[in-house]
Design a protein around this ligand. Structure first.
Ligand code: KG4
Ligand code: ZN
Length: 346
C-alpha cells in the first residue's frame, strides 16, 4: 500500500490531500478570500494566508483520511510553477515533514498535475491522450504518452483563457474572478449577437490579447454611438448603460469566441496527432458553454471526452497526490535541498 500526503500552494488555494494507491481518501482546500477586494491575487497576501492555512489544512486532510502521520510513505508538493512566496510555504512545510518522518519527498510540476487529474476517477483515459488545460494562468494542449511522459504541443502566446474571461469581465465592470459571471450571464444571451474576431495564429498556439482589445473598442464605440437604445434611457436615474442592458448578449458572444478559439486548436491537434482520447483540465473547464461544446464536438468527431470532477479541475492537492503516486512508482524522489521555482521547464 502506498500512502501519500500532497500539498498544493502555488497560487491562492492552500490544499492538502491523502491518497492510498492512487485513490483519493481526503481532499481539503482553503480558498483565500483576501484577494477579492483587489481584483486579482496579491502575492504577498497569498504567502501570508498560506502560512495561516497550511497547518489546519494538512491536519484536516489527515483527519479526513482516518490515517496518522506514521502511515505516510511519502510527501508530495507543488514545486513549480507559481507565485514564489506561495510555493515556498508549501515546499518548506513538505520538506520539514519529509525530514521529520524520514519518508521520501516528491516534487510535482503543477501543470503536469492538472493533466493527471484526469487519472483520479474512473473511467480513465487510455494513453496517449490530449489534454486541453485552461486556467487563470495557463492555456496548453498537452500530449500525454504516460504519467511521466508528456509534451506541450500548443500554448498561449499572451493571455491565458481564464485571463481572457477575467479581463473581459473587468471591462464589463464585473468583479474578479469574472469567468463564472460571464458563464452565468451568457446562459441568457445570444452568442451570435456580436462578432469578435478570431486571431490567426500559426500551429497549435493560442492568443487572447486581441480579443481583449476588440472588446475594449467595441464598448467604447457602443457607449459613444447610437447603440444606446433611446427607449431605455427613460430618466437620468433609470438610465441603463449599454453594458447593463445588453450584458447577457455581450457575455454570450465573448464566451462563444473564447470557446471557438480553444476548440478550433484542439480539433487541429486531434487531427494532426490522430489521438481521439481528449481530456480537459484547469479552472476554466467549469465553464458550462465549453463543457457542452466539447461534448458535442467529441460526439461529432468520434472522440472519447474526459472531464474531471470540478473539485479536481480548479487548483487542488488531489492532483498533486495522484502525480506523486505515479512518481513514487518510478522512485522519482527529490533531494531535501530542492527549492521551488516560479517558472519551470516542462
Ligand atoms: O485553475 P484555476 O482555478 O486557477 C488557476 O489559474 O490555476 O482557474 C481559475 C480561472 C479564473 O480565471 C476563473 O475566472 C476561471 O478559471 N473560471 C471560469 C469559470 N470558473 C472559473 N471561467 C469561465 N467560466 C467559468 N464557469
Ligand atoms: Zn492551476
Amino acid at each position: 500500500m502506498i500512502t501519500i500526503l500532497a500539498i498544493e500552494s502555488s497560487c491562492d488555494e492552500t490544499a492538502a490531500s491523502v491518497s492510498i494507491d492512487g485513490r483519493i481518501v481526503s481532499n481539503i482546500i482553503a480558498s483565500q478570500k483576501v484577494h477579492e477586494q483587489y481584483g486579482g491575487v496579491v502575492p504577498e497576501l497569498a504567502s501570508r494566508a498560506h502560512m495561516q492555512n497550511i497547518v489546519p489544512v494538512v491536519d484536516a486532510a489527515m483527519k479526513q483520511s482516518g490515517l496518522g502521520m506514521k502511515d505516510l510513505d511519502a510527501v508530495a508538493f507543488t514545486q513549480a510553477p507559481g507565485l514564489i512566496g506561495a510555493l515556498l510555504v508549501g515546499g518548506q512545510f513538505a520538506k520539514s515533514l519529509s525530514l521529520a518522518l524520514d519518508i521520501p519527498l516528491i516534487a510535482v510540476h503543477h501543470m503536469q498535475a492538472h493533466v493527471l487529474a484526469n487519472l483520479i476517477d474512473d473511467p480513465k483515459p487510455a494513453f496517449p491522450f490530449l489534454c486541453l488545460t485552461v486556467s487563470g494562468g495557463h492555456t496548453q494542449i498537452v500530449k500525454c504518452n504516460a504519467p511521466n511522459d508528456m509534451q506541450v504541443i500548443g500554448q498561449t502566446i499572451d493571455d491565458a483563457a481564464g485571463e481572457a474571461f477575467d479581463k473581459s469581465a473587468k471591462l464589463l465592470g464585473l468583479p474578479y474572478p469574472g469567468g463564472p459571471l460571464i458563464d452565468k450571464y451568457a446562459k441568457q444571451g445570444n452568442p451570435a449577437a456580436y462578432k469578435f474576431p478570431e486571431p490567426r495564429i500559426e500551429g497549435l498556439d493560442f492568443s487572447f490579447s486581441g480579443l481583449k482589445t476588440s472588446i475594449l473598442y467595441f464598448l467604447q464605440n457602443a457607449g459613444k454611438s447610437n447603440v444606446y437604445k433611446e427607449e431605455f434611457l427613460v430618466t437620468a436615474d433609470e438610465k441603463r448603460s449599454f453594458i447593463d442592458y445588453n450584458l447577457p448578449d455581450i457575455c454570450a458572444s465573448i464566451q462563444e469566441r473564447i470557446i471557438s478559439i480553444l476548440l478550433n486548436k484542439l480539433k487541429k491537434a486531434a487531427a494532426e496527432t490522430g489521438i481521439k482520447n481528449i481530456c480537459l483540465a484547469g479552472g476554466v473547464s467549469a465553464n458550462s458553454g465549453l463543457r457542452s461544446a466539447l461534448q458535442s464536438l467529441g460526439k461529432r468527431s468520434g472522440w472519447n471526452v474526459f472531464i474531471p470532477a470540478f473539485e479536481y479541475c480548479t487548483d487542488n492537492a488531489a492532483m498533486i497526490a495522484i502525480t506523486g503516486y505515479y512518481k513514487f512508482l518510478e522512485k522519482d524522489f527529490a533531494a531535501l535541498d530542492i527549492a521551488p521555482t516560479a517558472r519551470a521547464e516542462w
